[in-house]
Write a protein that binds this ligand. Sequence first.
Ligand code: MBD
Ligand code: FE
Length: 312
Amino acid sequence: MSNQKNEFTQQSLLEHVNSVKIADGNPRARAIVARIVADLFKAIDELDVSPDEFWAAADWLGRLGASGQIGLITAGLGFDRLLDIRMDEADAKAGIAAGTPRAIEGPLYVPGAPLSKGEAVLDDDSDTRGTGKVLIMEGRVLDHAGQPVANAIMDAWHANKDGGYSHFFPGLKEFELRRKIETDAQGNYRFRTTLPPGYAIPPNSPTSELFSLLGRHGHRPAHIHFHIVKEGHRTLTTQINIPGDTYIDDDFAFATRDGLVLKIEHDVSPAGYESLGVDAPFERAKFDFVMQLALTERDTDPRTRIARAVGA
Ligand code: MBD
Ligand code: FE
C-alpha cells in the first residue's frame, strides 16, 4: 500500500487544516478560524478563484495592513455597523433602554485630548477656523431615567476644512479639533467649532483601490464624533450628522442614523456665548445625550475600541 498521508482532496485538506494541533490552543479562536477557512475554501472553489486573483488579494491585504487603513475597510464593508446592530438587538432582547443611538467609533479616535470644564472651543488652534460656519452645540448628558449626569467626560472630534483628522492627516496640530469636556453639575455641556465638511477615503490607497473595483464611492456626510464616559453608565460612542449634506443618506461607512441628524438654528445672537469666542451670529444645535445604565464594569470602559479589545 502506498503512503497517501500527504495527498489531499479539497475536503480532506480542509479537514486537516482545521483539525491539526499539538496543543489545545484557544478553542474559540480555533472555532472561528476553522469557520472562516472553510468559508474561504468554499468561495475559492465555487467562484473558481484563480491563483492570480488569490495572490493579488493577498498582496492587497498586506498593503492594506501597512497603510493603516484596516479600519476604513471594516467600516466600508459594513462590519462596524453590523456590530452596532448586533448590540442594539442584544439590548432590545434584554429589555435595556436604548438611550442615544450608538454610532460607530470609526478608526480615527485618539484618546488624551485637552480637557476643560463645561465648555470648550474645538477650533481655537485650528487653521480651519474662519473657513466655514461657526457651530455651537449645547445640551445635557442625561441618564437612562432622564436625570442629568454631572462630571461626565465627553470627547468630541471631527475633520478639518480638508476632511482630515489630526493625528492621521499631515499638517494638523496634535489634538486639533479634538477636545474633552466635563459636564457641569446639571449635566450641561457646550462647545464651539467650525462646521466640518464631509470625509472622503484617501485617493490612491488600498481602500480606494477596492472601492473603485466595487464601483463604490468613499464619502461620509459631515459629522462630529462623541465618546462619553461616566462611572455607572455605559460608555456612549456616537456621532451627529449635519443636515443637508449630499451623502446624508449614502454614507460609505453606514454610520449615519436618523436620530442623530442635528436640527440647526441659523443666525443665533452671540449674547451669552462670549466665552466661546463668538461675536457674530452663528449656527446653533441643541442636543441631549442619553447614556445607558452600566450593567458590568466593562460597560464603563473609557478606552478606544481597539484598546478595549486587546488590553492596550
Ligand atoms: C471617518 O471620519 C469615519 O468617521 C469613519 C467611520 C470612517 C472613516 C472616516
Ligand atoms: Fe469621522
